[in-house]
Design a protein around this ligand. Structure first.
Ligand SMILES: *[C@@H]1O[C@H](CO)[C@@H](O)[C@H](O)[C@H]1NC(C)=O
Ligand SMILES: *[C@@H]1O[C@H](CO)[C@@H](O)[C@H](O)[C@H]1NC(C)=O
Ligand SMILES: *[C@@H]1O[C@H](CO)[C@@H](O)[C@H](O)[C@H]1NC(C)=O
Length: 206
């Protein structure tokens, strides 16, 4: 009887582990995006907005009328949660990413939400990962080849309607090389840059 209890306990624990396996916290952006700048497209036209992912895989800069520092906070299923710097402001973006087309993806916005002094992973996404009001395709290689703007699901598997429900085993492919990636073996780009002696460009980001 004791053994059975033990087995049942292990089984339940492994179930928990399985469901939390679909969350990455803290997270990294997919590998092919690192050190790349994506342009937003809507109906085939650029919107003037860009998103640069830094080489560290965790920090990014979205530039619009005002720039936002977006740090990768958590990835659950197909939902990318970013934090605006160290602030209390977050966003939840549903993403459709096919690593076969590594420098393009489809994303919905702008689910913005805030949590005061939040730490740790979000376990219930339903209050803020909602149906996006707008969908873009993003590309780092010119006009996107993905012609149909589609997020085939916009609702976390544990949340009530509306929206097409995502599979709980679905995730945003990280498309990282399987061998261990050497970290920071290259020279710091800021050091290299300072030798150029070029005038800094102080125009504001538009
Ligand atoms: C980032 O990309 C630039 C331009 O493609 C390249 O010169 C630089 O070495 C890259 N930096 C890292 C850290 O990969
Ligand atoms: C958030 O953290 C700051 C600094 O630690 C603290 O002063 C503030 O009272 C906290 N706010 C809440 C609502 O917990
Ligand atoms: C959405 O599409 C991806 C591939 O593009 C597929 O793996 C996934 O199962 C689809 N999800 C739903 C809910 O149709």
């Amino acid at each position: 009887m004791h053994n059975l209890k033990k087995i049942v306990t292990y089984f339940i624990l492994s179930l928990f582990e399985f469901s939390s396996g679909m969350t990455e916290f803290p997270c990294q952006f997919p590998c092919p995006w690192h050190n790349k700048t994506f342009t937003f497209y809507s109906s085939g036209e650029t919107t003037g907005r860009t998103w640069k992912f830094y080489a560290n895989g965790q920090t990014s800069l979205m530039s619009d009328e005002s720039p936002y520092i977006f740090n990768c906070y958590q990835i659950t299923e197909r939902f990318l949660i970013v934090r605006n710097g160290d602030s209390d402001s977050f966003r939840c973006f549903p993403i459709n990413y096919d690593p076969e087309i590594p420098l393009e993806f489809i994303m919905g916005g702008w689910n913005a939400f805030s949590f005061i002094n939040h730490t740790g992973e979000f376990t219930d996404l339903c209050g803020f990962c909602k149906e996006p009001r707008i969908i873009w395709s993003l590309s780092a290689t010119g006009p996107p080849s993905i012609s149909t703007l589609s997020l085939n699901c916009t609702r976390p598997s544990t949340c009530p309607p509306p929206g097409g429900v995502c599979d709980k085993s679905d995730t945003i492919s990280k498309a990282c090389p399987t061998t261990t990636v050497p970290t920071t073996t290259t020279a710091d780009p800021t050091t290299t840059k300072s030798h150029c002696g070029k005038k800094q460009d102080h125009r504001p980001l538009i």
